[in-house]
Design a protein around this ligand. Structure first.
Ligand code: MG
Length: 336
């Protein structure tokens, strides 16, 4: 028996054109939602990881043939999916999310309860300030008054100037994300300067495959170093031990909730800090990830806050703290 996966592409309109060190985006980002029975999930594919909504659609066609057997047995279903097709982790993540949503609805429990988690242990999410002219970034910081933690994208020749400008308008905790833009030596120098202005952590200073480079940065820096582009799945973690202080997990990078849980426990076994991050996603993908946040140190789940036409209502914020919905499954409602 082949299970039908219904899918639909949605354009999420961005409040501001969103820029990071390696590119500028258009005014919108495309995601693809999937339905398996009454379970729903979402893929937010990233070109950096080789996926688009077109590759996701194609992958879903291939993977629907692997959706046989008992869909409640998500471990087995996802193992079958993994052996059917390499890569395509955003597509796999959408299926994994839909299967979890379906199971939670069937059992009448929210995801956090399915895993025995305390919903009050969610952290505050950071709110991301994309790259722009320093004065424009400072204005965005002022507009982000509701969020107690900021994440600032850097990776330009003007990094220190930008950071000084932001520190003139805020004393909130700030995470800095260089998105692979710095050389190891440049990173050490910049981190030393940035630290004087107060920075909580540094995300992915250097190239994804340069483990020796990021290790060098960590050994010469006072601030916690978190790997993002260097770590996609649990099997990437052992190579990063002693090279970084923590990892940033994203459902669309790793292939879904099951693999994210594996990564959390693998990271903990190696004494690493854990962040859960996101792409530009609707409240569907963001809420799915939010259910895992009682297990992590840092949440960077703001993709839904950066868009103006969110099709869903799910996780909400109270002074920046993630408030999980207590409806069954992922627990989102449609807004249309
Ligand atoms: Mg990052």
């Amino acid at each position: 028996m082949t299970v039908h996966i219904a899918s639909k592409i949605t354009q999420l309109q961005l409040n501001h054109p969103f820029k990071i060190s390696r590119r500028e985006t258009d005014a919108y980002r495309e995601v693809i939602s999937v339905e398996i029975d009454d379970g729903i999930g979402e893929a937010a594919p990233a070109k950096f990881y080789g996926e688009t909504v077109q590759t996701v659609e194609k992958a879903l066609g291939t993977l629907s043939s692997a959706l046989d057997g008992n869909l409640d047995e998500i471990q087995d279903v996802m193992a079958g999916i993994e052996s059917t097709l390499d890569g395509n982790y955003a597509a796999k993540s959408a299926i994994d999310m839909a299967l979890h949503d379906r199971l939670g609805k069937k059992l009448g429990v929210p995801l956090y309860k399915l895993w025995g988690l305390n919903p009050h242990k969610t952290p505050c999410t950071s709110f991301t300030i994309g790259l722009d002219e320093p004065a424009v970034m400072a204005e965005k910081v002022l507009q982000a008054e509701a969020y107690p933690i900021l994440k600032v994208k850097l990776g330009t020749p003007r990094d220190i100037e930008i950071f000084q400008t932001l520190r003139n308008v805020t004393d909130k905790p700030i995470y800095v994300d260089a998105n692979t833009a710095w050389t190891p030596k440049e990173a050490v120098k910049k981190i030393r300067q940035l630290a004087q202005y107060g920075v909580a952590l540094i995300e992915q200073p250097t190239k994804p495959d340069d483990i020796a480079g990021i290790k060098y940065v960590r050994e010469h820096s006072e601030l916690p170093i978190i790997a993002d582009e260097s770590v996609k799945r649990a099997s990437d973690i052992p190579a990063l031990v002693n090279a970084v202080d923590g990892i940033n997990i994203k459902l669309v990078k790793c292939g879904g909730i099951l693999e994210a849980i594996r990564m959390i426990h693998t990271a903990r076994a190696h004494g690493l800090l854990v962040m859960i991050g996101c792409m530009i996603e609707s409240s569907l993908g963001i809420t799915a990830a939010a259910h895992l946040t009682p297990l992590v140190d840092y949440a960077d789940l703001d993709g839904n806050l950066l868009i103006s036409n969110d099709p869903y209502i799910g996780v909400t914020l109270e002074n920046g703290k993630l408030i999980l919905p207590d409806r069954p499954g992922i627990g989102v409602l449609t807004t249309t």
